[in-house]
Design a protein around this ligand. Structure first.
Ligand code: GRF
Length: 208
Protein backbone atom coordinates (compact mmCIF):
# COMPACT_ATOMS: atom_id res chain seq x y z
CA UNK A 1 0.00 0.00 0.00
CA UNK A 2 1.41 3.38 -1.05
CA UNK A 3 0.90 5.68 1.95
CA UNK A 4 0.40 9.17 0.55
CA UNK A 5 0.29 12.68 2.03
CA UNK A 6 -1.48 15.28 -0.14
CA UNK A 7 -0.60 18.97 0.31
CA UNK A 8 -3.24 21.50 -0.75
CA UNK A 9 -4.06 25.21 -0.55
CA UNK A 10 -7.40 25.72 -2.24
CA UNK A 11 -10.43 24.04 -3.75
CA UNK A 12 -9.05 20.51 -3.62
CA UNK A 13 -10.51 19.26 -6.92
CA UNK A 14 -7.30 17.32 -7.63
CA UNK A 15 -7.47 15.84 -4.13
CA UNK A 16 -11.09 14.91 -4.85
CA UNK A 17 -10.04 13.18 -8.06
CA UNK A 18 -7.62 11.08 -5.99
CA UNK A 19 -10.23 10.30 -3.33
CA UNK A 20 -12.75 9.30 -6.04
CA UNK A 21 -10.19 7.23 -7.94
CA UNK A 22 -9.30 5.28 -4.81
CA UNK A 23 -12.97 4.75 -4.04
CA UNK A 24 -13.76 3.60 -7.58
CA UNK A 25 -10.72 1.31 -7.77
CA UNK A 26 -9.07 3.13 -10.68
CA UNK A 27 -6.27 4.04 -8.30
CA UNK A 28 -5.02 0.81 -6.69
CA UNK A 29 -2.97 0.21 -3.56
CA UNK A 30 -2.92 3.86 -2.48
CA UNK A 31 -3.98 5.19 0.90
CA UNK A 32 -4.14 8.95 1.55
CA UNK A 33 -2.98 9.04 5.18
CA UNK A 34 -3.03 12.81 5.68
CA UNK A 35 -4.05 16.02 3.91
CA UNK A 36 -2.04 19.12 4.85
CA UNK A 37 -2.97 22.71 3.98
CA UNK A 38 -1.30 26.03 4.67
CA UNK A 39 -4.76 27.63 4.40
CA UNK A 40 -7.16 26.87 7.23
CA UNK A 41 -10.11 27.88 5.01
CA UNK A 42 -9.20 25.58 2.14
CA UNK A 43 -12.21 23.67 0.77
CA UNK A 44 -9.71 20.85 0.30
CA UNK A 45 -9.59 20.34 4.09
CA UNK A 46 -13.38 19.90 4.11
CA UNK A 47 -13.12 17.37 1.29
CA UNK A 48 -10.58 15.42 3.35
CA UNK A 49 -12.84 15.50 6.40
CA UNK A 50 -15.83 14.33 4.35
CA UNK A 51 -13.71 11.39 3.18
CA UNK A 52 -12.60 10.55 6.73
CA UNK A 53 -8.99 11.50 6.02
CA UNK A 54 -6.79 13.11 8.68
CA UNK A 55 -6.71 16.83 7.78
CA UNK A 56 -4.09 19.20 9.21
CA UNK A 57 -3.45 22.92 8.78
CA UNK A 58 0.12 24.19 9.01
CA UNK A 59 -0.12 27.95 8.51
CA UNK A 60 2.92 30.22 8.19
CA UNK A 61 0.95 32.70 10.28
CA UNK A 62 1.29 30.41 13.27
CA UNK A 63 5.08 30.48 13.23
CA UNK A 64 7.60 33.17 14.05
CA UNK A 65 9.57 32.79 10.86
CA UNK A 66 9.84 30.74 7.69
CA UNK A 67 12.32 28.27 9.14
CA UNK A 68 10.01 27.42 12.04
CA UNK A 69 7.17 26.89 9.55
CA UNK A 70 9.42 24.72 7.37
CA UNK A 71 10.33 22.53 10.33
CA UNK A 72 6.68 22.25 11.40
CA UNK A 73 5.62 21.29 7.89
CA UNK A 74 8.34 18.64 7.67
CA UNK A 75 7.32 17.27 11.05
CA UNK A 76 3.63 17.01 10.10
CA UNK A 77 4.55 15.21 6.90
CA UNK A 78 6.99 12.82 8.56
CA UNK A 79 4.68 11.86 11.40
CA UNK A 80 2.18 10.58 8.82
CA UNK A 81 4.87 8.20 7.54
CA UNK A 82 4.26 8.60 3.80
CA UNK A 83 5.88 6.76 0.91
CA UNK A 84 4.84 9.60 -1.41
CA UNK A 85 4.00 13.28 -1.04
CA UNK A 86 1.61 14.83 -3.60
CA UNK A 87 1.47 18.61 -4.11
CA UNK A 88 -2.01 19.35 -5.44
CA UNK A 89 -2.27 23.09 -5.74
CA UNK A 90 0.05 23.68 -2.78
CA UNK A 91 1.03 27.34 -2.97
CA UNK A 92 3.97 27.10 -0.62
CA UNK A 93 7.69 27.10 -1.44
CA UNK A 94 8.70 23.56 -0.53
CA UNK A 95 11.38 23.54 2.18
CA UNK A 96 14.72 22.15 0.98
CA UNK A 97 14.80 19.81 4.00
CA UNK A 98 11.51 18.27 2.85
CA UNK A 99 12.83 17.77 -0.67
CA UNK A 100 16.01 16.15 0.64
CA UNK A 101 14.07 13.92 3.05
CA UNK A 102 11.72 12.74 0.27
CA UNK A 103 14.04 12.80 -2.73
CA UNK A 104 12.19 11.58 -5.83
CA UNK A 105 9.13 10.90 -3.65
CA UNK A 106 7.35 14.25 -4.07
CA UNK A 107 5.21 14.89 -7.16
CA UNK A 108 3.44 18.07 -8.27
CA UNK A 109 0.63 18.78 -10.73
CA UNK A 110 1.21 21.90 -12.83
CA UNK A 111 -1.45 23.30 -15.17
CA UNK A 112 0.69 23.69 -18.29
CA UNK A 113 2.91 21.61 -20.57
CA UNK A 114 6.24 22.22 -18.83
CA UNK A 115 8.60 23.89 -19.82
CA UNK A 116 5.95 26.36 -21.03
CA UNK A 117 4.37 28.75 -18.56
CA UNK A 118 6.04 27.47 -15.42
CA UNK A 119 8.50 28.61 -12.80
CA UNK A 120 8.31 31.51 -10.40
CA UNK A 121 5.06 33.48 -10.63
CA UNK A 122 3.25 30.87 -12.76
CA UNK A 123 0.47 29.41 -10.65
CA UNK A 124 -3.32 29.16 -10.76
CA UNK A 125 -5.01 31.45 -13.30
CA UNK A 126 -1.74 33.23 -14.09
CA UNK A 127 -0.65 30.14 -16.03
CA UNK A 128 -3.73 30.23 -18.24
CA UNK A 129 -3.56 34.01 -18.66
CA UNK A 130 -0.02 33.61 -20.00
CA UNK A 131 -1.04 30.79 -22.37
CA UNK A 132 -3.88 32.91 -23.78
CA UNK A 133 -1.64 35.97 -24.04
CA UNK A 134 0.90 33.96 -26.06
CA UNK A 135 -1.83 32.54 -28.25
CA UNK A 136 -0.86 28.88 -27.94
CA UNK A 137 -3.26 26.42 -29.60
CA UNK A 138 -2.46 23.62 -27.19
CA UNK A 139 -1.82 23.66 -23.47
CA UNK A 140 -2.35 20.98 -20.82
CA UNK A 141 -1.02 19.69 -17.53
CA UNK A 142 2.16 18.09 -16.24
CA UNK A 143 2.93 15.77 -13.34
CA UNK A 144 6.58 16.02 -12.35
CA UNK A 145 8.86 15.05 -9.51
CA UNK A 146 9.83 17.93 -7.27
CA UNK A 147 13.45 18.98 -6.99
CA UNK A 148 14.97 22.09 -5.47
CA UNK A 149 13.93 24.25 -8.41
CA UNK A 150 10.47 25.57 -9.31
CA UNK A 151 8.65 23.19 -11.69
CA UNK A 152 12.04 21.84 -12.82
CA UNK A 153 12.03 18.21 -11.68
CA UNK A 154 11.75 15.08 -13.87
CA UNK A 155 8.51 14.99 -15.87
CA UNK A 156 6.41 11.89 -15.28
CA UNK A 157 3.29 12.48 -17.36
CA UNK A 158 1.69 15.18 -19.53
CA UNK A 159 -1.66 15.56 -21.24
CA UNK A 160 -2.53 18.11 -23.92
CA UNK A 161 -5.70 20.18 -24.04
CA UNK A 162 -6.88 22.31 -26.98
CA UNK A 163 -7.28 26.04 -26.48
CA UNK A 164 -10.55 27.25 -27.97
CA UNK A 165 -11.35 30.62 -29.53
CA UNK A 166 -13.12 32.70 -26.94
CA UNK A 167 -11.50 30.91 -24.00
CA UNK A 168 -11.07 32.97 -20.87
CA UNK A 169 -8.50 32.05 -18.23
CA UNK A 170 -11.36 30.57 -16.22
CA UNK A 171 -12.81 28.40 -19.02
CA UNK A 172 -9.34 27.23 -19.99
CA UNK A 173 -8.43 26.42 -16.37
CA UNK A 174 -11.57 24.36 -15.98
CA UNK A 175 -10.94 22.41 -19.19
CA UNK A 176 -7.32 21.73 -18.24
CA UNK A 177 -8.49 20.46 -14.85
CA UNK A 178 -11.27 18.27 -16.26
CA UNK A 179 -9.44 16.90 -19.31
CA UNK A 180 -5.90 16.71 -18.00
CA UNK A 181 -5.20 17.25 -14.28
CA UNK A 182 -7.93 15.01 -12.92
CA UNK A 183 -6.86 12.31 -15.40
CA UNK A 184 -3.06 12.21 -15.18
CA UNK A 185 -2.59 12.76 -11.44
CA UNK A 186 -4.66 9.67 -10.55
CA UNK A 187 -2.90 7.70 -13.29
CA UNK A 188 0.49 8.66 -11.88
CA UNK A 189 -0.40 7.53 -8.36
CA UNK A 190 -1.65 4.20 -9.68
CA UNK A 191 1.61 3.72 -11.64
CA UNK A 192 3.81 4.67 -8.69
CA UNK A 193 1.86 2.36 -6.36
CA UNK A 194 2.33 -0.45 -8.90
CA UNK A 195 6.10 0.03 -8.73
CA UNK A 196 6.30 0.98 -12.41
CA UNK A 197 7.98 4.36 -11.97
CA UNK A 198 11.67 5.03 -11.49
CA UNK A 199 13.81 8.17 -11.66
CA UNK A 200 17.33 7.93 -13.08
CA UNK A 201 19.73 10.46 -14.56
CA UNK A 202 17.20 13.24 -14.03
CA UNK A 203 14.49 11.49 -16.03
CA UNK A 204 11.35 9.64 -14.92
CA UNK A 205 10.72 6.21 -16.45
CA UNK A 206 7.49 4.21 -16.63
CA UNK A 207 7.94 0.44 -16.98
CA UNK A 208 5.55 -1.25 -19.42
C1 GRF B 1 -4.78 23.32 -10.11
O1 GRF B 1 -5.04 24.08 -11.25
C2 GRF B 1 -3.38 22.80 -10.17
O2 GRF B 1 -2.91 22.54 -11.46
C3 GRF B 1 -2.59 23.93 -9.61
O3 GRF B 1 -3.40 24.48 -8.57
C4 GRF B 1 -4.76 24.18 -8.85
C5 GRF B 1 -5.29 23.42 -7.67
O4 GRF B 1 -6.64 23.25 -7.81
N1 GRF B 1 -1.34 23.44 -9.08
P1 GRF B 1 -7.38 22.30 -6.75
O5 GRF B 1 -7.08 22.84 -5.37
O6 GRF B 1 -6.83 20.91 -6.94
O7 GRF B 1 -8.83 22.41 -7.14
Amino acid sequence: MLKTVVCVSGGGTNLQALIDGIGQGTIRNVQIVRVISNNRNARALERAGEAGIDAVCVSPRDYGDREQFNEALLHRVEEAGPDLVVLAGFLVVIPPQLIRRYENRIINIHPSLIPSFCGKGYYGLKVHEAALARGVRVTGATVHFVDEGTDTGPILMQKAVAVRDGDTPETLQRRVMEEAEWVILPQCLDLIAAGRVTVADGKAHIAE
